[in-house]
Design a protein around this ligand. Structure first.
Ligand code: SGN
Ligand code: CA
Length: 525
């Protein structure tokens, strides 16, 4: 009898524990800048509101300073899975690495703790996903229209628009999951990655609207060094009229045609042409040049980008609605983030990679009913390095000692530990190739940012309080000598703390450099 009672007690408490452990939905996008989420404010907030994304902030916590360890796709994803910097998880660059799926990751630990785990959508880590009960991922970068997905049983082409397909697959998995276990679902969108192709639903969104321009659209890089001057990511020079901006007449390499005629159904293509052809005709006739052409390119770019975001926002809305309709809302933590930030015309750019603010900062909003105070805003230095430990913390699992971040659970409860990081370490390792960004590392303390472009031996220091747009390098300014000295010391101590190898990182350039193009600004003839 005594034994039986003990057994009943154990079973009851186990089932209670099961009930109490929250589910986790991680909604993740590719290249989504905070400037394109209205909860973050900024010049686009009024013209392109994101009501569903904003709900996560309204009902939870918005982080203003979530910094990435290495601002590029695969490396960010590898950091999130492992809770480790690139030099320890082995995924340094997009172009040359494959993720070592045998290593410790947070989904593997959650699974051991009884969670059901799934990843659906963009993966982009080369090797096959490990640590998931279910996975269904895009091949490589994936396509916007009629994309191919890989599962353990093979590759399937799915009809439709990628953001909608990923959402349907995610909800379908939730429907069919094992309901006796808590779950951790990673719903990972391709959008709004280059080439920013909108869904048929939103091909005409923002027609007739003129989007506000960032005031650094015509940045001349005078206050900075060679790195910013010599990049290849400007709207003016790098962004292509054909491939990126959808004008068939300028599709020299056939990349646009491949995505349109090569992939779309007749119906999709007809809707696409009906939207773009009249606009293209107008610009080809008007023949804008010089600054006017840059302005036109910016408008085409930002509208397509924001049209993609509209589908992302719908996806978030559908997921929140599903959780609500199925009684899961109260016990599910919803986390929204992106693999890094992005330039939406700031400094005249698109793309990412830099430790400059727009690409270094990534969105982070977390809704956890009953735990996070609705509408809270956090300004602490947090990082994608912390995600793994946060997920483990939410699940009540202990983090392995060799993870390098910290759980955000105390921060979410407004009980930030006294020893919270005072500065953040950054390192971008990709050898100049796509977009020609010099490799660099640096430290940021919430006000000052010190960066070192080691291959060209150039340092930069920014005072973000006085110069939030990072237009004036203060490294040589004697007034900042004290800060330079202090931050150099800080950089050394962070390198030690995170076990960054002392020797220079080796050349990890892609032996196939055929993707490096010598761009010259296009003109409309
Ligand atoms: C592609 C893009 C680049 C982009 C990289 C990395 N070119 O190569 O513009 O920087 O991906 O993006 S494209 O013409 O193929 O679109 S990442 O998200 O995978 O890191
Ligand atoms: Ca990305």
């Amino acid at each position: 009898m005594k034994n039986l009672l003990a057994l009943v007690y154990i079973m009851v408490s186990l089932s209670l524990v099961g009930k109490e452990r929250p589910n986790i939905v991680f909604i993740f996008t590719d290249d989504h800048a905070t400037q394109a989420i209205s909860a973050y404010g900024g010049i686009l907030a009024d013209v392109a509101p994101t009501p569903n994304l904003d709900r996560i902030a309204d009902e939870g916590m918005l982080f203003n300073r979530c910094m990435v360890t290495n601002s590029i796709c695969g490396p960010s994803r590898a950091t999130i899975l492992t809770g480790k910097y690139s030099h320890l998880n082995g995924f340094l660059t997009n172009e040359t690495t494959e993720f070592d799926g045998t290593q410790q990751t947070f989904p593997k630990i959650l699974r051991k703790k009884g969670y059901q785990t799934a990843v659906i959508g963009k993966w982009h880590l080369g090797s096959e996903p490990t640590g998931f009960d279910y996975w269904d991922v895009l091949l490589g970068q994936g396509y916007y229209y009629n994309p191919d997905f890989r599962t353990p049983t093979g590759v399937n082409r799915e009809a439709g628009y990628v953001t909608e397909i990923v959402t349907d697959k995610a909800i379908n998995w939730l429907e069919t999951r094992d309901q006796s276990k808590p779950f951790m679902l990673m719903m990972q969108h391709k959008a709004p990655h280059r080439e920013w192709s909108p869904s048929p639903k939103y091909l005409n969104a923002f027609d007739g609207v003129t989007m506000p321009e960032p005031d650094t659209l015509f940045d001349d890089y005078e206050g900075r060094g060679r790195a910013a001057k010599n990049q290849d990511m400007s709207i003016r020079v790098t962004m292509e009229l054909g491939k990126d901006l959808k004008i068939r007449e300028y599709d020299k390499k056939g990349e646009l045609a491949e995505r349109l005629d090569g992939r779309m159904t007749q119906e999709q293509l007809a809707a696409w042409n009906a939207a773009y052809e009249p606009r293209n005709k107008a610009v080809l006739e008007a023949k804008p040049a010089g600054k006017d052409l840059v302005r036109w390119k910016y408008q085409r770019y930002i509208k397509d980008y924001l049209r993609c975001i509209k589908s992302v926002d719908d996806s978030v809305g559908e997921m929140l609605q599903y959780l609500e309709d199925n009684g899961l809302s109260e016990n599910t933590v919803v986390v929204y983030s992106s693999d890094q930030g992005f330039y939406l015309g700031e400094h005249g750019w698109f793309d990412k990679r830099w430790m400059y603010d727009e690409s270094y900062r990534t969105p982070l909003m977390i809704k956890w009913p009953g735990t996070v105070k609705p509408g809270s805003v956090n300004n602490d230095l947090v990082s994608n390095l912390d995600f793994a430990q946060t997920f483990l913390g939410i699940a009540g699992a202990k983090s392995p000692k060799n993870m390098q971040g910290a759980s955000l659970v105390p921060v979410l409860k407004n009980r930030k530990p006294n020893n919270w990081r005072k500065s953040h370490y950054y390192h971008y390792y990709e050898f100049p190739g796509w977009h020609m960004v010099q490799r660099h590392e640096g430290v940021y303390d919430g006000r000052y940012k010190l960066m070192y472009f080691y291959d060209i031996d150039e340092w930069e220091l920014y005072d973000l309080e006085k110069d939030p747009k990072e237009l004036q390098n203060q490294f040589e300014n004697p007034e900042y000598a004290k800060e330079v000295k202090r931050l150099k010391k800080e950089l050394t101590s962070l390198r030690k703390k995170y076990k960054v190898p002392a020797n220079e990182p080796k050349d990890v350039s892609d032996p196939d450099q055929s993707f490096i193009t010598n761009h010259v600004p296009e003109v409309i003839k």
